[in-house]
Design a protein around this ligand. Structure first.
Ligand code: ADP
Length: 440
């Protein structure tokens, strides 16, 4: 194998030349003898090359190479060994791939690999049951053509995969699936899909329970509030000792009514993904009317409320939902800003979409509370909230309304100096002037 073929070759050539010279001495034709010898050598070399070519062309695994002589035999053997080694490495790799495929096939969760353009490359067996992918027909198809839920298409195209997406399974409406997408390698995507039907059902039960209880409490509370109002309307007939108690009962009763209304609104917002009535909403007009209510709420506290709104942009969505969200933000600013404070409301649009910011010079919020502020009943300071008559549901409502309008809430605050609540809406949600005028 490791013979010194350099020296051997030179020796062979020297022998060949010597023999041809000898033949030349005998025949007297030196040139012709040399030419004949070299031609014979060339013919032999070509024959070996042809045999090699033939073997490589018709090569079947494990077929040994043809017998070769000298250097050619060595070349045949080397190629054969390289091939065998390559086969062994490939065999080992295949075994690893088989094991990975077997284990992912046994997974209950679906695993789907997509190329940079979102076309299907590979998927496991669970993907067939959860997503309805067909092997092998669907290979190379764009995933958005096979998972046709509008929210999936939007989620996939938008490319922000921080939060997972929950949708009904394309194969069975009663199954609820959660999709998690991760980018890897050359912008390829790995999509993990879990069956979350059970969690979804529990969540649904919780929502239904809250909605039902709120609904059932509404009627008795309306009756009690009605009687209290009648009693207080005829206050001169009431024993003076009870007047204060009745007034407090009425106050707390109306708090409970606000709470129930907020709970019912939240239940309604959670029931569907997007608002059913999606009309262009003239946000500037809406804000003007909310500003009027905010001034009434502010009353004698002499707060400065300024409104700076671009009338040429509106939003597609539900006016009543947007009214709830925006008034919650603006009323909070009024509630948590002391007398003579400043409140600035701005509405504008740019390349990133449309934005509403509500800035106040109020008490502010400590940074540690900010991440939890939109949770239901989360309060920075419970005594503060009961003073203002808040339900603790306002910002949860804002968050839900924004989610349904492709928006997100950003909160920044400096304790003692004030807070800014900014709603950012995606460009797809912005309605420009013509649509608004059509509406009018
Ligand atoms: P609430 O009905 O209690 O106002 P929200 O969900 O609207 O409930 O707000 C949650 C908490 O966030 C409030 O209890 C309050 O402590 C704080 N908060 C909301 N808006 C402001 C604001 N503009 N300035 C200071 N604190 C605020």
């Amino acid at each position: 194998m490791n013979r010194n073929w350099h020296g051997t070759l030179i020796r062979h050539l020297l022998i060949l030349v010597s023999i041809s010279l000898l033949a030349g001495l005998v025949t007297g034709y030196y040139g012709a003898s040399l030419a004949v010898a070299l031609a014979l050598y060339l013919a032999w070399t070509l024959k070996q090359l042809l045999r090699l070519h033939e073997w490589l062309r018709q090569h079947r695994p494990d077929e040994p190479p043809p017998d070769g002589y000298g250097l050619w035999g060595d070349v045949f053997d080397s190629i054969y060994h390289l091939q065998r080694r390559d086969q062994r490495v490939r065999g080992r790799l295949q075994a690893v791939i088989d094991r990975v495929q077997e284990s992912t096939a046994a997974l209950k969760d679906a695993v789907v690999m997509l190329d940079a353009d979102g076309n299907l490359e590979w998927w496991n067996r669970a993907a067939e049951t959860l997503l309805g992918l067909k092997t092998p027909q669907d290979g190379g198809q764009p995933v958005a053509n096979l998972v046709r839920h509008p929210r999936f298409k939007e989620y996939f195209e938008q490319g922000n995969y921080h939060e997972p997406l929950e949708i009904p399974s394309p194969t069975n409406d009663r199954l609820r699936i959660q999709l998690h997408i991760t980018r890897y390698g050359n912008n390829e995507h790995l999509m993990l899909v879990r069956d979350v039907t059970r969690i979804h059902q529990l969540e649904q039960m919780r929502k239904d329970f809250v909605a039902n209880v709120s609904h059932e409490l509404r009627t008795p509370l309306t009756v009690i509030a009605g009687y209290l109002e009648t009693l207080l309307d005829n206050v001169e007939e009431v024993n003076p000792r009870w007047v204060r108690a009745l007034q407090q009962m009425q106050q707390q009763g109306s708090r409970m009514q606000t709470l129930l209304n907020d709970l019912l609104l939240l239940a309604k917002l959670e029931a569907t993904d997007y608002p059913s009535d999606s009309q262009p909403v003239a946000v500037a007009d809406l804000l003007r009317s909310i500003k009027g209510d905010a001034l009434a709420l502010s009353g004698p506290r002499n707060q400065q409320i300024s409104l700076d709104a671009e009338a040429s942009y509106g939003l597609k969505g539900s006016e009543s939902e947007l009214r709830s969200a925006f008034s919650n933000l603006i009323f909070n600013a009024v509630k948590y800003t002391p007398a003579d404070g400043q409140i600035r409301v701005r509405w504008w649009a740019d390349g990133q979409g449309a934005h509403l910011s509500v800035q106040d010079s109020g008490i502010g919020i400590d940074a540690k509370h900010l991440p939890r502020l939109t949770e239901r009943f989360y309060r920075v300071d419970s005594s503060r909230a009961s003073n203002t008559g808040g339900t603790g549901l306002g910002l949860a409502i804002v968050k839900h309304v924004l989610l349904r309008h492709r928006g997100r809430l950003e909160i920044s605050s400096v304790p003692g100096h004030g807070s800014t609540f900014t709603c950012h809406f995606a460009p797809a949600q912005v309605a420009a002037r013509p649509a608004l005028e059509l509406e009018e």
